[in-house]
Design a binder for this molecule. Structure first.
Ligand SMILES: Nc1ncnc2c1ncn2[C@@H]1O[C@H](COP(=O)(O)OP(=O)(O)OP(=O)(O)O)[C@@H](O)[C@H]1O
Ligand SMILES: [Mg+2]
Length: 293
């Protein structure tokens, strides 16, 4: 399998099965260098499984992954770590290791023969900590931090790794509103500097605002892939999430998605209320002149 030099991730016909679940069912897509890609889709659609295949944690039963021109299967862990850094969505809670040491661990692919870091490693780690605003708790233990603080530390560790590709599972899941925007802006800037980012996320409005491209998964398949404004429509939101919504371009904000109700209203409401809500949703969509197709 070949790919052009501007393509840094090429995935073809990828299949991953757990014992009883077909989690990835023949995925094919490409990501170009320096793209910030949002991997979106409902719970259980395969986002984490895909990230785990891309980071070699899982071995797919079928298909190929080319990473920076290499067949992923042939990369050693150290070669891989120079190309991609991973930020998982869950972190160990009981790690008795300081924040500064955690971030320094990100430098390990660059240590040459020795485990001990040099001044440059320390400088890179400290810069990453400053960027993520975690320098203030450099000496505290990872296990003592809040979920959001831990998440920022793990992103700082990935930054310190200076990889070409960042694979992030739910980068803003635990963050407050201010940090959500800050992290997305920082990832956007990194992509502008040439780092390729694939971030699995549920916050559609942030994905639409900051990402160059969205890959939309449903039941282990790619159902849409492209620029956010081309991909995100009311129909897509309803098909993929079962949610009626308004999708509209607002001058100050760009494309925004306003969820109105689930198509079946959670299955908990009687038929009459359900129909009434659907009519109200449709009226609201019409009033807002939203993107229907
Ligand atoms: N360890 C596992 N063993 C068996 N099945 C699994 C395992 N992990 C995930 N699955 C199943 O694989 C499918 C994809 O799960 P995955 O975690 O990749 O989804 P996701 O898109 O990341 O979901 P979420 O948005 O909830 O994080 C789901 O049906 C899930 O139940
Ligand atoms: Mg997941």
């Amino acid at each position: 399998m070949e790919c052009s030099s501007r393509v840094i991730i090429k995935v073809e016909d990828l299949v991953y099965r757990y014992d009883s679940v077909n989690a990835l069912d023949g995925l094919t897509f490409e990501i170009e260098r320096g793209e910030f890609v949002g991997l979106v889709g409902p719970n259980g659609s395969g986002k984490t499984t895909l990230l785990n295949c891309l980071s070699k944690l899982y071995t797919p039963q079928n298909g190929y992954i080319l990473l920076d021109g290499h067949d992923l299967r042939e990369l050693t862990p150290l070669e891989g770590a120079k190309i991609y850094a991973v930020v998982p969505s869950e972190f160990p809670v009981d790690m008795n290791i300081s924040i500064v040491d955690t971030v320094l661990l990100g430098r390990y692919p660059h240590f040459e023969g020795f485990w001990w870091e040099n001044e440059r490693d320390e400088e890179i780690a400290l810069n990453a900590m400053e960027k993520l605003n975690v320098s203030g708790f450099a000496d505290r233990k990872l296990g003592e931090l809040s979920s959001g603080e831990k998440q920022r530390v793990m992103i700082a560790k990935a930054l310190a790794q200076e990889a070409k590709v960042l694979l992030i599972d739910e980068p803003v899941a635990y963050l407050d509103l201010g940090y959500q925007l800050e992290i997305m802006e920082m990832l956007r800037n990194l992509a502008n500097e040439g780092v390729t980012i694939l971030a699995a996320m549920h916050q559609l409005n942030l994905a639409v605002k900051y990402c160059d491209k969205l890959i939309v998964l449903k039941q282990g398949r790619v159902v849409a892939c492209g620029k956010p404004e081309e991909v995100v429509t009311q129909r897509l939101i309803e098909d993929v999430y079962g949610v009626k919504s308004i999708v509209q371009k607002i001058p100050e904000a760009g494309l925004v998605i306003i969820p109105l109700s689930t198509s079946n209203n959670g299955g908990a409401l009687d038929k009459e209320t359900c129909e009434k809500r659907t009519i109200e949703s449709d009226k609201a969509s019409a009033r807002w002149g939203s993107v229907e197709a």
